[in-house]
Design a protein around this ligand. Structure first.
Ligand code: HEM
Length: 405
């Protein structure tokens, strides 16, 4: 990204948050990628970047592409926020660094190792319940409601240390929040009546006395006791996990089940070779990009491929489009376990790259391993239903049929 003055980016009239586009983002993704390295999206007077190398470079260049003005459409440098900003996702260095370090320690590889046994058992028990053994038989179930939605609420909810009752409200809260990163369209307005009640529920459940001893939530509050972070930051960190640590995994696991049910050959490959388990989820994230977009705000002029983005502009980064950019990936539309998906942007990149990715990967690995043991073949048992969201490529139901081992 050079700093020389350049030309004005070409304009595109299609609204990326139109419900028809959210239901099928691929044509617009291709249009933006093929039009130019940067486009101006007239519907919201923002810029858009969709080519792999440019999205990646923008994510890396946090000095120019800032998160502190909000990861959504509204510019919080220009307008007073109507909600608390995330203390990590929506903070730039140096404010980002201390809370980020706390989460890196807490959600990193050592916690992943500690959770492995318990989450493996939890996945086996869940699969036993949803798909009781019966060699050669086939069973129908809802891949979304029965597995993808249930498993993270169960294992992450317990790891975080919150009561079982009411956990589903985390998904409603996060769905509302992530809709709010887009414009004030029907999707963002739909949750408005629930919003005050949900905000109260979340605030109450982020307080320190809620968390079981030794849980991740309890440990975040202990960091405040040790004065590594302020109490307000502890509250903010727990809230960030509510916002980013459940909905994302739920819809990513659903994406995995959808991918394997529609590409049975890939399920066969996974069944034949357990070593594929580790990066299978990365290929799911590349192919499906459950988080489709995030905004940044330019702190200085940015010139990409001779096209200028002025300072103070909102820029929509199309992670999903980058993950299917033919300039980077061969046959990008193919879900293919034999490719190397490393470098995908499904978890973002740079200083804000997903800090929960170790735990997200473990959740996927445990659930897929449990299914691998039980299921010979997975296929659709009816039309899947999506839940439209301004940020997440989400699901409502995923009817599946499993032929048991
Ligand atoms: C950041 C995706 C799971 C917590 C991010 C970002 C993406 C992402 C794309 C970067 C945002 C940006 O650059 O603005 C995902 C996906 C997940 C997942 C696809 C599931 C497969 C989780 C989990 C947790 C979590 C399980 C917590 C337990 C966070 C937090 C951030 C973040 C706190 C902000 C990090 C920072 O700004 O430094 N995630 N995430 N995520 N994620 Fe995840």
């Amino acid at each position: 990204m050079d700093g020389e003055p350049g030309r004005r980016p070409p304009e595109i009239d299609v609204d990326p948050f139109d419900e028809r586009v959210l239901a099928d983002p691929y044509p617009l993704d291709a249009t933006i990628r093929d039009t130019a390295a940067v486009v101006r999206l007239r519907a919201h007077d923002v810029y858009g970047i969709a080519r792999y190398q440019d999205v990646r470079a923008a994510l890396q260049d946090w000095q120019t592409f800032r998160s502190g003005a909000g990861a959504g459409l509204v510019d919080f440098w220009a307008r007073e926020p109507r909600r608390p900003l995330s203390v990590v996702l929506e903070a730039d260095p140096p404010w980002h660094d201390a809370p980020r370090r706390i989460l890196e320690d807490l959600l990193g590889p050592s916690t992943q190792r500690r959770m492995r046994e318990e989450w493996t058992r939890a996945a086996d028990e869940l699969v036993d319940r949803v798909l009781p053994p019966g060699s050669g038989e086939s069973r129908e179930f809802d891949g979304f409601g029965d597995l993808a939605r249930t498993f993270p609420l169960n294992v992450m909810g317990t790891a975080l240390g919150i009561p079982e009752e009411g956990r589903e409200h985390i998904l409603e809260f996060s769905d509302f929040l992530l809709n709010g990163f887009g414009p004030r369209n029907e999707l963002a307005r739909a949750g408005r009546n629930q919003a005050p009640w949900l905000a109260e529920w979340v605030a109450r459940n982020c307080e320190r006395d809620v968390f079981t001893r030794g849980s991740l939530g309890d440990q975040i509050w202990s960091a405040a006791d040790r004065r590594q972070i302020l109490p307000a930051q502890a509250l903010g960190l727990v809230r960030s996990i509510f916002a980013a640590g459940f909905n994302t995994t739920v819809h990513s696991l659903a994406a995995a089940l959808h991918a394997f049910s529609t590409e049975p050959r890939q399920w066969e490959l996974l069944r034949d070779d357990p070593a594929l388990l580790r990066h299978a989820f990365d290929e799911v994230l590349r192919w499906a990009s459950p988080i489709q977009t995030f905004f940044r705000t330019t702190a200085a002029p940015a010139v990409i491929d001779g096209l200028t983005i002025p300072p103070g502009s909102k820029v929509l980064l199309f992670l999903g489009a980058a993950n299917r950019d033919p300039r980077r990936w061969k046959d990008p539309e193919r879900f293919d376990l034999t490719r190397d998906p490393s470098g995908h942007l499904g978890f973002g990149f740079g200083v804000h790259q997903c800090v929960g990715q170790h735990l997200a990967r473990l959740e996927a690995e445990c659930l897929l391993a449990a299914l691998r043991r039980r299921v010979r073949r997975l296929e659709p048992a009816g039309p899947p239903r999506r839940r439209l969201n301004n940020t997440v490529r989400a699901w409502e139901s995923l009817p599946l049929r499993a032929e048991l081992v």
